[in-house]
Ligand binder design. Structure first.
Ligand code: 5GP
Ligand code: MN
Length: 337
């Protein structure tokens, strides 16, 4: 829960119409999209002027969500986004813990806006200190669940309409792996139940998220699974996808979403990673997942310039794919039982 005196202060702030910006992290996922759009649909009902500014374009598999066409993109339309941010009264930052998660292009500009009232709502480890009001809880299933609680703390639960509920439910589903990860609490299920009572079409949401793949994407998944390697004695698996393999399958942003989880579905494996080459950004993007006590947030922070949660984290490398994987294997062999 957010601190009571912070809630009171935010209630005061929101009592009159404000210019509000909502920011998700770069490379949006279902939860960043669900929480930002959910908050958007709530705040517009209070007559605020609300704009969502995403650091970069989002993946097509999220485009069905209500009002994605209102989102502005900083990297593509900097000239339109900068004035909006400069004029803002309040900037909500959702689903990230540090400004650098908005990327190398947007984050320096945000640093220059330190006089603004930032409100952070986030469930990642180690929240930074840029925000005046911080609602950080690493035990929460998702930022979308936190937005639900935030709206209730403001005493406005009745304003959660079908659109808000659709967006928040999407974040719950995607960040809990469809309610299976250990972050799923009884409260998460109660929140989901309440959102369903708001009239959402939950079956359709699952379908929109998981049953709209292209043939190319499934072929790419086949390639990824064939590339999977095991380090059995270290209970570890990993997948690689190089740029050529991605190109061969006409890879589009978001196509590899969820691939990393297959590495954990093997019996006796509690740690997995996927390494995806991105030639245009000159990096290898890495996702880590674990089951149980192996802390991938710490692993990503220690060795791969990243972070996240205990069981789900990400990172990056500027070495080649081969060098990155070689280093990964060495670290696993030296540090993991
Ligand atoms: P994913 O592997 O799905 O991209 O991310 C898993 C989790 O780790 C998400 O909560 C995501 O926000 C976080 N994450 C992903 N990449 C990074 C990164 O480069 N740095 C940090 N600090 N967190 C990351
Ligand atoms: Mn996220």
């Amino acid at each position: 829960m957010m601190k009571e005196h912070d809630i009171e202060a935010i209630k005061q702030l929101l009592a009159s119409p404000q210019k509000i910006i909502i920011l998700p992290h770069r490379n949006q996922d279902g939860d960043s999209m669900g929480s930002t759009l959910g908050l958007y649909h709530f705040l517009i009902q209070l007559n605020h002027e609300v704009t969502i500014i995403s650091p970069n374009e989002f993946a097509r598999y999220l485009a069905w969500m209500p009002n994605t066409d209102q989102i502005m993109f900083f990297e593509e339309h900097r000239e339109d986004c900068e004035p909006k941010l400069k004029e803002a009264d309040i900037i909500f930052t959702l689903d990230f813990n540090a400004l650098h998660r908005t990327g190398d292009i947007m984050s320096p500009f945000l640093e220059s806006l330190s006089d603004k009232t930032f409100i952070m709502i986030d469930h990642h480890q180690a929240p930074d200190s840029y925000a005046k009001y911080v609602f950080s809880d690493t035990t929460m299933s998702s930022t979308s669940e936190m937005v639900y609680h935030f709206i209730h703390q403001l005493g406005k639960g009745h304003l959660i309409d079908k659109n808000t509920a659709t967006c928040l439910y999407t974040g719950l589903v995607t960040d809990t792996g469809s309610f299976r990860f250990s972050s799923t609490s009884s409260t998460t299920h109660k929140v989901a139940a309440d959102l369903i009572e708001k009239g959402i079409n939950n079956a359709e949401i699952h379908n929109n998220l998981f049953d709209t793949s292209s043939y190319d994407r499934l072929q790419l998944l086949g390639r990824a699974l064939q590339n999977m390697k095991l380090l059995r004695e270290h209970k570890t698996s990993y997948i690689t996808l190089n740029q050529t393999e991605l190109d061969e399958h006409h890879h589009k942003k978001g196509d590899t979403e969820g691939f990393v989880n297959y590495g954990l579905s093997i019996d006796g494996i509690d740690f997995t990673a996927i390494f995806i080459e991105n030639k245009s950004e000159g990096i290898i993007k890495i996702s880590f997942r674990s089951q149980g006590s192996f802390d991938v947030n710490q692993f990503a922070r220690n060795y791969f310039n990243g972070g996240g949660h205990i069981n789900a984290a990400g990172g990056r490398s500027t070495e080649s794919l081969e060098e990155t994987v070689t280093r990964f294997v060495k670290i696993v062999q030296e540090t993991k039982r």
